[in-house]
Design a protein around this ligand. Structure first.
Ligand SMILES: Cc1ncc(COP(=O)(O)O)c(C=O)c1O
Length: 347
């Protein structure tokens, strides 16, 4: 149909991980948290359901924004709340990219970046990771308006230590986005950079560590001027009333999240040990998932075999990743099922 922009007609849409409707799978494909959100969230939500749902929410999600600012020792003006961090990525593109502008990021990484850059008329600039997923030195000097570093990276699970990101910030004519969707599962994070640098935005989400993927809550943290520009291009009421309530309650109870993270990290270590015993190579993971590789083999049949036996993981049919499965760290029981089925499929 001639009505659509050529860029849109020519592009593939982003394909999210499967969200099965009917069957009960052991679901280890989209990095959700296997544990429930804080009871305080559920209680606040129950209290929040009432007559005032007829009213629009506060445009800047004040209650959640203020709670996030307190938790991260920032001012509310340093925080923008989004309908998931995916929306914040789109807002960043909308605010920064003119047609033809380059957006650079190390690959392989979160493939939604490609989709969003293309939709906004930008040009994805892929900078390959070295084989150990360390910082690609070329990234420091690329000519791009926007640089994104997914840290910990998906699908590798690996983390570039904050000190090694320093060269990225030398040029002040660009914005550097650190996508920290998985950082609560890591040993360190980049929050300190916010106090030193004007051109960095850190993205957080409550989807993973806070067990709230279903509520769609993301946070962009940055300098007051940067957050102000981003706020100009967001939808007026981008975060709904219940999500604001849920997010604020979750951030009031970070201990609950930390307890779940400790469990997931313990399960992660056990899962990695078992995968290595089964002959997989696993880059060191700082996230709530691991990348299990068998270099040179195509793991599509293993992925399909797992699915037939009720275990969903993620397989990426793209060059360089066909020899890998990305496996979310579930409960100990879920991981035991996965390992049992994998034993049958790969031995
Ligand atoms: C690297 C990365 N960034 C952002 C997101 C999006 O998270 P949200 O649920 O906050 O939109 C994901 C979700 O899988 C992700 O893997």
């Amino acid at each position: 149909m001639p009505v659509f922009r050529k860029t849109v007609e020519d592009m593939e849409g982003y394909i999210p991980g499967e969200q099965p409707r009917d069957r009960r799978y052991v679901k280890l494909n989209t990095n959700e948290n296997p544990y429930p959100p804080s009871p305080q969230v559920l209680e606040a939500l129950r209290d929040g359901i009432g007559d005032n749902l007829r009213l629009y929410p506060r445009p800047m999600a004040d209650e959640l924004r203020e709670r996030a600012a307190r938790l991260y020792r920032l001012a509310p003006e340093n925080v923008l709340v989004g309908n998931g961090s995916d929306e914040l990525l789109a807002i960043l593109m909308r605010a920064v990219i003119d047609p033809g502008d380059a957006v650079a990021y190390p690959v392989p990484t979160y493939s939604l970046y490609d989709t969003l850059v293309t939709v906004h008329g930008g040009v994805p600039m892929h900078v390959p990771f070295p084989s150990d997923f360390s910082m690609p030195p070329e990234l420091a000097d690329v000519a791009a308006r926007l640089v994104i570093v997914c840290n910990p990276n998906s699908p590798s699970g690996t983390l570039i230590p904050p000190q090694q990101l320093g060269p990225l910030f030398r040029r002040r004519d660009r914005l550097v986005v650190i996508d920290e969707a998985y950082v609560d599962f890591a040993d360190t994070n980049c929050l300190e950079l916010l106090h030193e640098l004007p051109n960095v935005v850190i993205l957080r989400t409550l989807s993973k560590s806070y067990s709230l993927a279903g509520m769609r809550i993301g946070l962009a943290l940055g300098a007051v001027g940067v957050i102000g520009e981003l706020a100009k291009v967001k939808d007026s009421y981008n975060v709904n009333r219940l999500s604001i309530i849920a997010g604020a309650a979750a951030l009031r109870d970070p201990r609950w999240m930390e307890g779940n993270v400790r469990r997931i990290r313990r399960t992660r270590e056990a899962l990695v040990r078992r995968l290595v015993e089964l002959g997989f190579e696993v880059p060191p993971s700082q996230a709530n998932f691991v990348l299990a590789r068998r270099p040179g083999e195509d793991l599509e049949a293993v992925f399909e075999g797992l699915k037939r036996r009720g275990v969903l993981v993620r397989y990426f049919a793209i060059p360089g990743l066909r020899d890998a499965l990305r496996i979310t760290v579930g409960t100990d029981d879920e991981v035991a099922v996965l390992v049992r089925v994998l034993e049958q499929l790969v031995s």
